[in-house]
Design a protein around this ligand. Structure first.
Ligand code: CU
Length: 611
């Protein structure tokens, strides 16, 4: 069944696990079987050493196959095979030694004088010495191989290799310093500091904040404005940066420590500048030790409105309700826009309403909007083509992802329910503070809206058959080096960060990714600096609106195909946005040919601490 879904799912089982089980079975039947039968018929010689060794060896081999499946996984390497086989041999030799040790078997001693028995003993010694030598050699060779660095520090995805083109430093890939004509400068100072934040319920949380707030200050702009943010670090000892999630800023503004800048240490600062060219719903967060920092509160929202008058009318907040709703979990408590419990919002009937949902957690959230039909007009900030009206559906919002939900406020209450918790979430009330919202049915059985079949198809700017490079990323768990330490890691193609080869691209390349999830956890895949177009999931093409996203959830057993045009030179993080997974190895880099970084190394915060 698994093989039917692809070689990725079964490789080590077919090549090593099954032969090991086969060896176990064969040994038991051929060697131990006759002896057992003889013993049952009363014709056994009373010496069962051979049977015992065979049976136990069969057991070791079977166990080894299973252990490899769970601890190592894909891809099977010569190193893994050598170590596994030699461990099984060592087990067999030690067992043989234990059951035939002098004194344990008086028959051996009695027969020791006979020439036949002496020959048998010397043959046994020969086997022991040969086997021992094999075990030592194979274990040494296997271990040595596993500690070799990757043969290639880059993968080419079928494209050409590194050229000798003049080096371009990410330090020089900075944003515009002035707005577009007619645009304004949006200046902010964000000071990262520890603070105790009081939630509406009265609960206090020890947070890491921008400006003492959770979420940090909302950054808004109109298309063409210049966003200028000075990040200061007051007292976050781990260090901080700002990453503009989903916003395709020039690489030097991307906030990846050790790659695009140094980590901002306490007392230091860094100024980010970029044009607000993309309209839509985005967010920002620290990218240094982000598995801790984002979780503790170092995040905020970024919303850019359109300049064009017609679109401005659709999006404008005036006379409309436009709510930006980051969903974040603190110590098991779900907050929406920094508020826990249930929040009510008076909304006159007929109000055009836009809810901008942002998942700032590391796990997906299930979103239900009850009480009105609505449209999902944008995913990850990018508008969908002809999104139809839906109701009574659940929305699966990946970690890092955003959905814009749009509807006309009816004259009955509307409820936004997160993770099917009907006691929390947001209530929009048509008649002010009218108590007693309409009863909300259980939402947990509502079917999930499949965005790959939502909206209408439209032209896309490339034909995937022209792809210049094709990279496959097989996501799994296994023992691998992460920052030089052997770890039970979250791996990409069997390796952990920073041992995963960079993916090399050339400016202008059309790039295709195949992402395969062999693990038991969901991996929200996130490429910096480029939105990707979803091509297919499990071989079924996307048939709805073109879906451009910056994070897509690859659930266990799924295979996703996505593509993008490489038109934003730099060195870009390419990682799982379940941030603890990224920290445990699931992170690599997309590297444009000819681009270098001066920030690699200890002062930038080792790449391993980048997340
Ligand atoms: Cu993950």
């Amino acid at each position: 069944m698994l093989a039917g879904r692809g070689w990725w799912f079964v490789q080590e089982k077919v090549l090593l696990g099954l032969p090991m089980l086969g060896a176990a079975g064969a040994a038991a039947v051929l060697l131990a079987g006759p002896r057992l039968l003889a013993a049952r018929r009363g014709r056994g010689d009373g010496r069962s050493a051979g049977a015992v060794v065979s049976m136990l060896t069969a057991g070791y081999a079977a166990l080894a196959g299973l252990v490899v499946t769970f601890l190592v996984g894909y891809p099977l390497t010569l190193s893994t095979a050598l170590i596994t086989i030699s461990l099984v041999c060592a087990g067999a030799l030690l067992t043989a030694r234990a059951v035939t040790a002098p004194g344990r078997n008086t028959a051996d001693e009695d027969l020791a004088q006979a020439p036949k028995a002496r020959r048998a003993i010397s043959r046994r010694r020969l086997i022991a010495w040969t086997g021992g030598a094999f075990v030592v050699t194979a274990t040494g060779a296997g271990s040595g191989l596993s500690f070799l660095p990757a043969a290639e520090s880059v993968t080419l995805g079928g494209g050409r290799g590194r050229s000798s083109r003049a080096a371009l430093s990410v330090a020089d890939l900075r944003g515009a310093r002035s707005p577009a004509p007619g645009g304004a400068v949006r200046r902010h100072v964000l000071t990262a500091k520890e603070a105790t934040v009081r939630l509406p319920s009265g609960r206090e949380i020890d947070a890491w904040t921008y400006n003492g707030e959770v979420p940090g200050p909302a950054i808004t702009a109109t298309q063409g404005d210049l966003i200028e943010v000075r990040l200061r670090n007051a007292d976050i000892s781990d260090g901080v940066t700002l990453h503009w999630h989903g916003y395709d800023v020039p690489c030097g503004e991307d906030g990846a420590p050790g790659v695009t800048q140094m980590t901002v240490r306490p007392g230091e600062d860094f100024v980010y500048r970029f044009r607000a060219d993309q309209v839509g719903t985005y967010w920002y967060h620290t990218h240094h030790a982000s598995h801790l920092g984002v979780h503790k509160g170092l995040y905020g929202t970024l919303v850019v409105g359109p300049r064009d008058a017609r679109r401005a009318d659709e999006h404008s907040a005036a006379e409309h309700l436009d709510l930006t709703l980051p969903v974040h979990t603190f110590n098991g408590t779900v907050t929406i826009a920094g508020r826990d419990g249930q929040t009510a919002h008076p909304t006159p009937p007929g109000t055009p309403t836009r809810l901008r949902l942002i998942n700032t957690d590391s796990d997906p959230h299930r979103i239900v909007l009850a009480g009105t039909p609505f449209r999902v007009t944008a995913v990850d900030g990018r508008d969908l083509n002809q999104p139809g009206e839906v109701s009574n559906v659940g929305l699966h919002l990946p970690a890092g992802g955003r959905y814009d939900l749009v509807f006309l406020m009816p004259d009955t209450p509307v409820a936004l329910v997160v993770d099917d918790d009907r006691d929390g979430g947001l209530r929009l009330r048509p008649h002010g503070d009218a108590p007693g919202d309409a009863h909300i049915e259980d939402t947990s059985n509502l079917p999930e809206l499949d965005l790959l079949r939502y909206g209408a198809p439209a032209a896309v700017p490339f034909d995937i058959r022209d792809a210049d490079r094709h990279f496959t990323m097989v996501l799994d768990r296994g023992v691998a080096l992460v920052d030089g330490q052997p770890t039970y890691a979250h791996t990409v193609n069997g390796r952990g960060h920073p041992s995963i080869p960079d993916q090399l691209v050339v400016d202008g390349d059309l790039v295709r990714f195949t992402v395969v999830n062999r693990s038991l956890e969901t991996h929200p895949w996130h490429l910096h600096g480029h939105p990707v177009l979803i091509l297919s999931r499990d071989g079924t093409p996307s048939t709805g609106s073109p879906l451009w996203v910056d994070t897509f959830d690859v659930r266990p057993g799924e295979t996703w195909e996505v593509a993008f045009r490489a038109t934003n030179p730099g060195i870009w993080m390419n990682h799982c946005h379940n941030l603890p997974h990224a920290h445990q190895g699931m992170m690599l880099r997309l590297h444009y040919d000819g681009v270098t970084t001066p920030f690699a190394g200890a002062h930038g915060g080792s790449a391993g601490h980048a997340h």
